[in-house]
Design a protein around this ligand. Structure first.
Ligand SMILES: [Fe+2]
Ligand SMILES: [Fe+2]
Length: 237
């Protein structure tokens, strides 16, 4: 149901401003509870951080990518909303978190007054962020895929003492800097990573991220851009 505000004139007017809508979504109690619960579950099974930090970064990055490329504010804020909710399905288990997350997000987006076309677009982006079926269907999905895969950083590792045990922890912990730049004039999206090779070799990064990087390339293409990856200033892709 859409929210309404009482105007000075006394007329009640439906708020359709996409900025106000995304702010309300970020305060939605159900969304906040789901994000926290998803992160608690992943912590229990030994996964890297997927909580407010990750959801916030992914949502803001997805928005920034589309704005930089001059997409409409409504589309950019829809990608922001999908980014904020994309990992909530983890509260019900890791394996199908993308599919479950899409249905959990539907309920929240409807509660916040998103129209059905927007809800469908966000649901599909949430499914595809984890399950590449060979095609990135639209800009919202493309921005979400890149934003999610670009969030590689040591701050996501919960227990630095355990990094020798797990390759995901090791690779994330080794990433001391990570920066995603969007250059509309060159039509490029570039991920620059600084990897501490004393912790993880670049080859390990590839072992984990090869599939993700190919998804980023496909996603960038949908946005009319080329995707570049630099590790320690050396061009990898
Ligand atoms: Fe995910
Ligand atoms: Fe994610």
């Amino acid at each position: 149901m859409g929210r309404e505000t009482l105007q000075p004139s006394g007329l009640r007017q439906r708020k359709t401003n996409s900025g106000a809508r995304i702010s309300a979504l970020r305060r939605n109690q159900r969304a906040l509870t789901y994000i926290e619960s998803a992160d608690r579950y992943l912590e229990a099974i030994g996964y890297t951080e997927h909580g407010f930090r990750h959801c916030d970064i992914v949502s803001k990055t997805a928005y920034r990518i589309l704005k930089k490329l001059s997409y409409d504010e409504t589309i950019a804020t829809l990608a922001e909303a999908a980014g904020f909710l994309h990992d909530i399905g983890n509260m019900l288990g890791r394996r199908n978190h993308h599919r479950m997350g899409a249905f959990l997000a539907k309920e929240i987006l409807e509660e916040e007054g998103y129209d059905i076309a927007s809800v469908v677009t966000a649901m599909r982006a949430i499914v595809i962020h984890e399950e590449d079926e060979g095609v990135i269907p639209d800009e919202v999905c493309a921005a979400l895929v890149i934003a999610d895969k670009a969030d590689v950083h040591r701050s996501r590792v919960r227990n630095p003492n355990m990094v020798t045990e797990d390759i995901h922890d090791r690779v994330n912990y080794a990433a001391t800097e990570s920066e995603l730049s969007v250059r509309p004039e060159e039509r490029t999206i570039t991920l620059d990573l600084t990897i501490d090779t004393r912790i993880s070799q670049v080859i390990e990064y590839f072992e984990i991220f090869l599939a993700r990087m190919s998804a980023c390339r496909k996603a960038a293409k949908v946005l009319g851009c080329e995707f570049n990856l630099f590790i320690n200033t050396i061009r990898m892709a």
